[in-house]
Design a protein around this ligand. Structure first.
Ligand SMILES: [Zn+2]
Length: 304
């Protein structure tokens, strides 16, 4: 039977009280404080554990500092940790735009600054990355590779959101070696990118971030999550990719401790739908973290 990888992610945002008014205008996501953050992260992981799935957490540097104990404990229990970054949310507020707006040189400077804080909090340098809004340009993969990152989940295939420098129309939909010259295609670098899984049969004129694109498993939103899972798995069955991977995402401002909370209900609906459709389509769902998936893709001998 065909395997389908299940990669559950969460972008752990700086507390809203800890960023500038400009940053709050750029991105409204984020918990009120770090206790809310901690509760959200912990119960996202716990809920996933109930269904047997591990989690990958992209932590903004301030969250790495303020929720360090929790993140380290979760890592010890099998979570994969990575760096999440909106330049304008960094303390001191020196940067005003999303990552894809910057030159290679400035991206290097911004990411390095974030890495230093993250590393001081968690004791080792981050190796996995996702930018806020999936913002990136053609320099981003190369900059990350130079800084020692081995992989990330940077793209949202089909998304068109130029206001946040996030345009992924036509992007490669499956895990692949990044191309260091052109972000939308497969390359032969040793940096691995794992795109989120868009439901190409379910286009949206305005998604949760204001984008044109497709529904996907962004847990807190009111997308039809069951139909998203069906659409993505149908595609995997038809296209038979080497690493068909269903990717969810959420934020640390959703109360996953409350079984009646809409995001918690969506998350459980996603898990049940994965079980139902995998059984119908004779696929085996395999929970995986980003570090393990990157190793698999990197070790894969198949030439593209
Ligand atoms: Zn974010």
């Amino acid at each position: 039977m065909k395997k389908v990888y299940i990669l559950l992610t969460m972008d752990c945002e700086t507390a809203r009280s800890d960023v500038t008014p400009h940053a709050r205008r750029m991105s409204g996501s984020g918990p009120a404080d770090y206790r809310e953050s901690e509760r959200s992260i912990y119960f996202y992981v716990e809920t996933a554990k109930t269904y047997g799935f591990p989690v990958t957490l992209f932590a903004h540097p301030e969250v790495a500092l303020e929720n360090a104990d929790l993140l380290q404990t979760l890592q010890d229990q099998g979570a994969c940790l990575g760096l999440h970054l909106h330049p304008y949310k960094l303390r001191r507020g020196r940067y005003k735009y999303d990552l894809g707006a910057y030159s290679a040189r400035t991206q290097r400077e911004i990411i390095q600054e974030a890495m230093e804080i993250w590393t001081s909090a968690l004791g080792k340098a981050p190796r996995y990355f996702r930018a806020g809004y999936f913002s990136a340009n053609d320099c981003t993969f190369g900059v990350l590779r130079e800084l020692g990152f081995v992989g990330g989940s940077l793209s949202n295939p089909g998304r068109v959101l130029p206001a946040h420098c996030s345009v992924w129309a036509g992007a490669e939909p499956y895990p692949h070696r990044a191309h260091l010259g052109f972000r939308l295609i497969r390359g032969n670098s040793d940096f691995i990118n794992v795109p989120v899984s868009a439901a190409f049969g379910r286009p949206v004129a305005q998604g949760h971030a204001g984008e044109r694109g497709y529904e996907w498993s962004y847990v807190p939103h009111t997308y039809d999550h069951r139909e998203v899972i069906r659409d993505v798995l149908n595609r995997f069955q038809t296209e038979d990719p080497r690493f068909g991977t269903l990717v969810t995402d959420s934020h640390n401002d959703q109360d996953y401790s409350d079984p009646g909370h809409p995001a918690r209900q969506n998350l459980e609906l996603i898990f049940r739908s994965i079980g139902d459709f995998c059984e119908q389509m004779e696929m085996i769902p395999v929970g995986i973290t980003l570090d393990t998936l990157c190793e698999l893709v990197l070790a894969d001998g198949e030439a593209y």
